[in-house]
Design a protein around this ligand. Structure first.
Ligand code: CP
Ligand code: NVA
Length: 305
């Protein structure tokens, strides 16, 4: 059987993404077999910190009767210089899947090249596809459709933004991004999204002014202005982004009526978003975080079972 990696989300068709969303719904409604990963061993190989991704995958694997092994990158022999290729070859002899969080997306590609088992991207510097699946599911859950919707992403054109562009453009959701010069989504992600949009009919726009991006939007989405690995640029970034790119209640005056607020978390309250928005009635961030668990199950089923 050909192995199915999950590195960017671009590898899945619109139909396959919908399959994952429908399976997620069954899991959330508890209408799915809970022994589906019995006998399967899955490692979480993490090079950076994590709360949601690690815990939701570990719990998902456990609830599906599989076995999860957490392996810190630095604590494994990778930390002492064993190559990614050799590590991937060895892990393939023990495991059914590797879920990896890495600094460099190219390391993940290398791992996927040498592994005989599927590799799932648990976040890289370029993409966060598992997050996007949970985001798409949350939007579908709240609006009960994905037709005629517009998502506005305000802030840094980072890994979360890149994957959101791919996910929205696959499913026909319009997406606009507002970011400063030099902080645009990655050019490859933009190209993929534009290609997808030709098929799905999504409209993709990049603006400088947050007000232009959020006009008539159904969702405002933001993420940290200082991603993991960007810490040396923290001061410059905060000066560049703030106050203009902060999501405030004022910004919601320009959206469509009843627009919702999303954030992948962790949030830096008072930087990319105010407390008022985070804790306000339009915020769906806790449901979004919960959906990481249900979507993790659907992703695992799609990739392994
Ligand atoms: N959203 C997300 O991936 O969170 P963690 O970094 O806590 O896994
Ligand atoms: N863009 C953030 C996402 C964290 C889930 C980061 O890479 O740190």
């Amino acid at each position: 059987m050909k192995k199915h990696n999950f590195l960017t989300l671009q590898e899945f068709s619109e139909k396959e993404i919908w399959d994952i969303l429908r399976t997620t719904k069954k899991f959330k409604l508890k209408k799915c077999d809970s022994n589906i990963l019995k006998g399967k061993s899955i490692a979480l190989l993490f090079q950076k910190p994590s709360t949601r991704t690690r815990v939701s995958f570990e719990v998902a694997i456990n609830q599906l009767s599989g076995h999860s092994i957490y392996l810190g990158w630095a604590e494994s022999q990778l930390g002492r210089g064993e190559t990614i290729a050799d590590t991937a070859r060895v892990l393939s002899r023990y495991l059914d899947c590797v879920i990896a969080r890495v600094n460099k997306h190219s390391d993940l590609e290398e791992m996927a090249n040498y592994a005989e088992i599927p590799v799932i991207n648990a976040l890289s510097d370029l993409y966060h596809p598992c997050q996007t699946i949970a985001d798409l599911y949350t939007i579908w859950e709240k609006f009960e459709t994905l037709d005629n919707l517009k998502v506005a992403y305000v802030g840094d054109g980072n890994n979360v933004c890149n994957s959101l562009l791919i996910g929205c453009s696959k499913l026909g959701i319009n997406i606009s991004v507002a970011c400063p010069i030099g902080y645009e989504p990655h050019s490859t992600a933009q190209e993929k999204a534009k290609m997808n949009a030709k098929e799905s009919g999504s409209k993709i726009e990049i603006f400088r002014e947050p007000i232009d991006a959020v006009r008539n939007a159904n969702v405002i989405y933001t993420d940290t202005l200082v991603s993991m690995g960007d810490e040396p640029e923290k001061e410059t970034r905060l000066k560049t982004f703030l106050p203009k790119y902060q999501v405030t209640s004022e910004l919601f005056k320009y959206t469509s009526e009843n627009a919702l607020f999303m954030h992948c978390l962790p949030a830096h309250r008072g930087e990319e978003v105010t407390d008022e928005v985070m804790d306000g009635s339009q915020s769906i961030i806790w449901d979004q975080a919960e959906n990481r668990l249900h979507t993790a199950k659907a992703i695992l089923i799609k990739i392994i079972a």
